[in-house]
Design a protein around this ligand. Structure first.
Ligand code: NAP
Length: 339
């Protein structure tokens, strides 16, 4: 166990973590940021970001997060390439266990671990993510003007992504593994009513064609009239194989918030594992001194700009809380001295 008790530890190094680090460092809290295994978060999976305020010509996702880190470090934030694997938040200072076995203590904690888009498991997806394969239509949709794109999934996210993509793409094909959507009635209806959206029922993505140089050029799809063709193929059943030309593929099969290390703590998580924050415009959680920012507490917007906003809010909320704690301690000390 380190002897130092930090004022602010930030877990996560996406936009929310960097933004929190900039504010906490400028407030002289010398924050320590544990980056997690894949520093930079989801933006490192996208190529160009065109909708972040202040970059009229766009900016690379990786460049944006690297700049964020540089900016935070210039104010004194310290970054460590470690993950937090466990946390004891039952008493203060909080104790965090790192993936190298070390423990650290902190008075204030900002959770900014994000949410990871779930991947389908198609052949070539590691290679093509960010090169025509995307998990964010808002980020990458505009690269597919007048082209054909696929959206994988049958839930509300898939409908939302598909509807958004019709602004750019000639035709959006929703690829769903069954013949019935999981999406809410209203979202499903909206997508079904849109003449630029077509549904490929009982179909799954097997492989992605293309290269990093030319981008996505197509996909291999599997179809079976009774659904779940991939499972059927694995079980030796005959399935139809379809070569499909497209310039983009969007995964929309849900997100998993990165809150595994909070599961045994008193922090309230919702049914999907997202950190619940208190009612109103705040990043406070139900545990005093723990704040949450970015996608880990926001299943709805999940944008870089909103993550940056809640990151700054978390640092300001933490600052106010730490200052109030210091005032309280000073008062108690003064009273004890007077007695
Ligand atoms: P979801 O509701 O869990 O839907 C995931 C979809 O992806 C399902 O259709 C599922 O198929 C499919 N899927 C899962 N794994 C797959 C795989 N390996 N291969 C192919 N398909 C796969 O997730 P979501 O759409 O992200 O929504 C999550 C929550 O956020 C929901 O409560 C939703 O209502 C909410 N949300 C709301 C809005 C809105 O109201 N505007 C927008 C987005 C999300 P099956 O159906 O066969 O399981």
């Amino acid at each position: 166990m380190s002897e130092t008790i930090h004022d602010v530890v930030i877990v996560g190094s996406g936009v929310a973590g960097h933004s929190a680090a900039i504010y906490a460092a400028r407030a002289d809290f010398e924050p320590v940021v544990y980056t997690g295994e894949d520093p930079g978060g989801q933006l490192t999976l996208t190529t160009e970001v065109e909708n972040f305020l202040g970059f009229p010509d766009g900016i690379g996702g990786t460049e944006l997060v690297q700049n964020g880190r540089k900016q935070a470090e210039s104010f004194g934030a310290r970054y460590e390439h470690r993950s937090v694997v466990d946390a004891d938040l039952s008493e203060r200072p909080f104790s965090l266990e790192l993936n190298n076995g070390d423990s650290v203590e902190t008075r204030g904690l900002i959770v900014a671990t994000g949410a990871s888009a779930r991947w389908v498991g198609a052949e070539n997806e590691d290679e093509m993510m960010g090169y025509g394969l995307s998990t964010c239509a808002t980020c990458d949709g505009a690269f597919h003007r007048d082209n054909e794109v696929l959206v994988i999934g049958g839930g509300d996210s898939a409908m939302e992504e598909a509807l958004f993509l019709t602004k750019f793409a000639k035709t959006v094909y929703v690829v769903h593994r069954r013949d019935e959507l999981r999406a809410s009635e209203i979202m499903a209806q909206r997508a079904e009513d849109n003449e630029d959206i077509e549904f490929l029922w009982n179909t799954e993505l097997e492989a992605i064609e293309g290269s990093r140089d030319e981008g996505v050029t197509g996909a291999t799809l599997l179809r079976h009239p009774e659904g779940h063709p991939k499972d059927r193929k694995e079980n030796g059943e005959d399935v139809e194989e379809i070569d499909f030309e497209c310039s983009g593929i969007f995964y929309a099969i849900g997100h998993t918030p990165n809150t595994q290390f909070l599961e045994d703590t008193p922090i309230d998580l919702d049914d999907d594992g997202y950190v619940e924050t208190e009612v109103g415009m705040t990043t406070e959680t139900n545990v005093e001194g723990v704040f949450a920012a970015g996608d880990v507490m926001d299943p709805d917007y999940q944008q870089a700009i909103t993550a940056a906003g809640t990151g700054s809010m978390a640092a300001l909320d933490a600052e106010e809380w730490l200052d109030a704690q210091a005032d309280e301690q000073a008062k108690q000390k003064a009273t004890a001295t007077a007695d």
